[in-house]
Design a binder for this molecule. Structure first.
Ligand code: BGC
Length: 266
């Protein structure tokens, strides 16, 4: 089944039509700037434009950088606070005229990696991280996702870990790779102590430069680079929508259902 995946980020809103069974992109990626201030209605207008670009009629899978339960946003770390309590699903359905599924961006990227990327066929406890404006996390146990894990916001040195260790923290303070690497090491050590993972999958744009900072991260669990790169969110979002569409379930999504319905078809 073809699904339109839309990935909403701090700087861009990107869409592509995805074959949810294989994870392949059927079209080129289409990207528009995230509107300044990123308020709900402004973002929804751009989501509508992306859907119209593809002349889309069918299910849409959207990712959003916040806690998302039953289509409603419950946090707003790097987006306008007015998102909290917004029914994102209903808002985007109104602006696109199509059925929409919304899930957390890191969960979407993690799902794509688990089914088609670095986590494929991997068992045990896996932590997928996206290093960007924020730190997104997706937590899997034997392929089951614990949704909305928000481990980017654990406490570190008396503050929010994300403020110190996200890619944006490196850029903001113009940190050397070594200095940032040390902060990341501290962060990864904390995650390892709390959750004893078997594998870390590291995504986000900066993962392309893993040779510059992986050497500073000294965890017991191996670290691998995400394989789906920039497209992980679009693909994972589309896969979530596909699974929910197939199961006729409009409520809380179940990640295993997503993994099953995608691998069954692949
Ligand atoms: C948000 C998460 C999101 C992550 C990556 C964090 O600031 O709290 O919900 O997944 O950024 O975008």
């Amino acid at each position: 089944m073809h699904v339109l995946g839309i990935d909403i980020g701090g700087s861009g809103i990107k869409g592509a039509v995805i074959d949810a069974g294989t994870g392949e992109m059927i079209t080129e990626r289409y990207r528009l700037e995230t509107p300044a201030g990123a308020k709900p209605v402004d973002v929804a207008l751009v989501v509508g434009q992306v859907a119209r670009h593809f002349n889309w009629k069918g299910p849409i899978g959207c990712t959003f950088p916040a806690i998302i339960r039953n289509g409603v946003a419950h946090s707003a770390a790097n987006v306008d606070k007015s998102w909290i309590g917004t029914d994102v699903k209903a808002l985007f359905e109104e602006h696109t005229g199509n059925p929409v599924t919304v899930i957390n961006d890191a969960d979407a990227a993690g799902i794509a990696e688990m089914v088609f990327g670095a986590g494929r066929d991997q068992q045990g406890v896996i932590i997928m991280l996206t290093l960007g404006t924020g730190i997104g996390t997706a937590l899997f146990v034997d392929g089951h996702l614990l949704p909305n894990s928000e481990l980017g916001h654990i406490e570190m040195n008396g503050g929010d870990a994300e403020r110190q260790a996200a890619e944006s923290a490196r850029e903001r303070a113009d940190l050397t790779w070594k200095k940032w690497g040390k902060r990341l090491n501290q962060y990864f050590q904390k995650l390892e102590f709390l959750l004893s993972p078997d594998l870390f999958i590291v995504g986000g744009g900066v993962s392309k430069k893993s040779e510059k900072f992986f050497k500073h991260i000294k965890t017991r669990a191996p670290l691998v680079v995400a394989q789906m790169r920039n497209e992980a969110g679009i693909i994972g979002g589309a896969m979530a929508a596909h699974a929910i569409f197939q199961n006729g379930d409009e409520g809380e999504f179940d990640a295993q259902m997503i993994l099953n319905s995608s691998t069954d078809e692949a």
